[in-house]
Write a protein that binds this ligand. Structure first.
Ligand code: PEP
Ligand code: MN
Length: 339
């Protein structure tokens, strides 16, 4: 249920409603908008009738059921778009687009630093790089783990750019959250509910990739797992889904962007590297993402893509990324966004 407070409701009135929600064994989630406060009461759907009694509380305008299966992620609970603040002055979800760039895997300090300095010079806002790699085969490179996180931290120090990196195991959430500015949940873990609950308790924003075969509604329910644990900073990432098409590695679902912008207040980032699997398709899909209303892009960039330890075919080289950033400016402009 959502409890909509009157525009001039006092803090004492809000506190009284929150206390009653707790008494009824629901979790109160406060959403302070520009004009009014809305309180989401989340819990077992079966007992929601008792929440209706909050209508008689001072300062309450009305009490409404949340129609969508996802609650805290929905626009019904929060009309304004969420803007997520990352370290280093970066924001995701505002007018300015956020571009995250870097190699699929952190391979060595030299590689990461070379890529980081170059993408920074080209105008990227964040670094990316995998330290824990979810590989299809157990015989391929699995990532440098904590050593990789240390290299990413050095690259952040050298460039001033915050970084995002994936966590795959509940046991590593605190470790990764201590180093990273954003914790990534990869496509293979979108419905790993224990991992989602764990990152829902961590102190860093979470980047939730769409599962290989999850519907938009299922994906938003995964976001709900993180939000309902108390972490409000969730960013969604469309990275392509499995379809019958084999010409591209995945099928990038561009229509997910306007659909999500209607259903949720959470920012949406597009990943045309995993979305297409081929570097020549990255630029056109990046432009299309901006046109569709994305809040930013995640792009794999490598100093020597043909020798990359993972995802070389879809990685841009350094000059290609510089050119893409230049070309994206015009598209951002046309979409009324800055870059
Ligand atoms: C990645 O970002 O390198 C990655 C493994 O992504 P995904 O989970 O989308 O495959
Ligand atoms: Mn990759």
């Amino acid at each position: 249920m959502v409890i909509v407070m009157k525009a001039g409701a006092t803090q004492a009135q809000i506190d009284a409603v929150v206390a009653r929600i707790r008494e009824l064994n629901y979790d109160p989630h406060l959403i302070k908008g520009e004009e009014r406060t809305v309180i989401g009461a989340v819990g077992d759907d079966r007992g929601k009738g008792v929440l209706q009694t909050l209508e008689t509380f001072e300062g309450v305008e009305n009490v409404m059921p949340i129609l969508k299966p996802f609650k805290l992620a929905s626009r019904e609970v929060r009309k304004e778009r969420s803007v997520i603040r990352i370290g280093g002055g970066v924001e995701i979800g505002g007018n300015k687009l956020c571009v995250m760039a870097g190699p699929c895997s952190v391979e060595s300090e030299e590689q990461m630093l070379e890529v980081a300095m170059s993408v920074k010079a080209s105008g990227a806002h964040m670094l990316r790089g995998g330290a824990f790699k979810p590989r299809t085969s157990p015989y391929t490179f699995q990532g440098h783990a904590e050593k990789g996180l240390k290299i990413l931290a050095k690259a952040r120090e050298a460039t001033g750019l915050p970084f995002i990196t994936e966590v795959m195991d509940t046991a590593d959430v605190e470790l990764v959250a201590d180093y990273a500015d954003i914790v990534q949940i990869g496509t293979r873990n979108t419905q790993n509910f224990s991992l989602l609950k764990k990152v829902g308790k961590c102190h860093k924003p979470v980047f939730l990739k769409r599962g290989l075969a999850t519907t938009i509604s299922e994906w938003l329910m995964s976001a709900e797992y993180i939000l309902s644990e108390g972490n409000p900073n969730v960013i969604l990432c469309e990275r392509g889904i499995r379809t019958f098409e084999t010409a591209t590695r995945n099928t990038m679902d561009l229509s997910a962007v306007p659909v999500l912008n209607e259903l949720t207040h959470l920012p949406v980032i597009l990943d045309p590297s995993h979305g297409t699997g081929y570097r020549r398709f990255v630029a056109p899909m990046a432009m299309a993402s901006i046109a569709a209303g994305a809040d930013g892009l995640m792009i794999e960039v490598h100093n020597d893509p043909d020798r990359a330890w993972s995802d070389g075919p879809q990685s841009l080289d350094l000059p290609m990324f510089a050119e893409l950033m230049q070309n994206m400016k015009r598209f951002a402009d046309a979409a009324g966004r800055s870059l």
